[in-house]
Design a protein around this ligand. Structure first.
Ligand SMILES: C[S@@+](CC[C@H](N)C(=O)[O-])C[C@H]1O[C@@H](n2cnc3c(N)ncnc32)[C@H](O)[C@@H]1O
Length: 273
């Protein structure tokens, strides 16, 4: 690893020691693990925030980051460090699986009329929860009988603000306006750090969790912690859907693999631990 990284213009320098200190600190706070190959990405953002806050050098900035009571700067920096790539109907086969296999199984076993609860974490700018809501409205007959709640969470407050703007796309006219209202009512956004147990404590009794394209940024330990959180958050028999390159079997034995015609998903046993 180089002892420092050349950034486009002169300014504060981030040494290897600084990078390693920051990497450890950020990992403990967010679960995100930066490999040495991400050095340029990280240094560039640190320099940007050192300059924006007028803290002059890494040392001063790092002190502020750790001890600022409001945590505002850590949030600003986190917003810069996250990768928010997402798009509508991403990995659509899973939505087909949701409509054709998972939901029918859930309602078959349902006693009573409790709403079906879906947790979409991380939601990024909302394309994923809105895709789920659209698929349910357009393709699932059960939507006439069952209430569905989609709680959408992300650590990045900037991207969550963008998520509510997205609703404008649905505000056109006629039927599309109706769709907009239905989606607006179905989806709720919250800021949650999946790696902070005190923040996930209130998230319980979910039937389905979508956690797609986040665990790739975690190391094995944070992945295992996330699996424990999902286990606690799901109802007995609840399902979890991961991104196509992510696998629960490699992380934890808490869930059983369910191979449906359209997708492989993971399920919590009917009996809790
Ligand atoms: C690549 S996006 C995936 C979005 C969506 N699930 C998809 O597959 O299209 C990853 C998201 O994870 C969020 N994230 C990163 N660390 C997180 C954490 N510890 N808790 C909650 N969200 C986190 C980022 O802010 C980012 O929006």
């Amino acid at each position: 690893m180089p002892s420092h990284v050349s950034l486009p213009k002169s300014g504060p320098t981030i040494t290897t020691e600084d990078f390693l200190k920051f990497k450890e600190f950020f990992y403990r706070r967010t679960g995100i693990s930066f490999e040495p190959t991400k050095r340029y990405f990280v240094d560039k953002r640190l320099v940007e925030r050192i300059e924006a806050t007028g803290t002059v050098n890494f040392r001063g900035y790092f002190t502020m980051l750790r001890f600022q009571a409001s945590g505002e700067e850590l949030q600003q920096l986190t917003n810069l460090m996250t990768v928010n790539e997402t798009y509508f109907l991403r990995e659509e086969y899973q939505f087909k699986c949701l409509v054709d296999s998972i939901l029918p199984e859930i309602v078959r076993h349902r006693k009573g009329s409790d709403a079906i609860r879906i947790w979409c974490i991380p939601s990024s700018s909302g394309e994923e929860p809105y895709s789920i809501a659209m698929c349910l409205l357009e393709r699932w007959n059960g939507i006439r009988e069952w209430d569905v709640e989609i709680i959408s969470s992300d650590i990045d407050t900037g991207i969550l603000r963008r998520a509510s703007w997205l609703l404008k796309y649905f505000k056109k006219s006629g039927d599309e306006y109706q769709l907009c209202n239905d989606i607006r009512e179905a989806v709720e956004f919250t800021r949650v750090n999946l790696s902070e147990p005190s923040e996930t404590l209130a998230y319980r009794n979910f039937d389905i969790i979508f956690c797609r394209n986040l665990l790739i940024y975690f190391d094995d330990l944070s992945r295992t912690t996330a699996a424990e959180t999902f286990y606690e958050a799901l109802k007995p028999g609840g399902f979890i859907c991961l991104g196509h390159s992510e696998s629960m079997s490699r992380i934890s034995s808490l869930f059983r693999v369910r191979k449906f015609p359209d997708a492989i998903v993971y399920q919590k046993g009917m009996e809790s631990r």
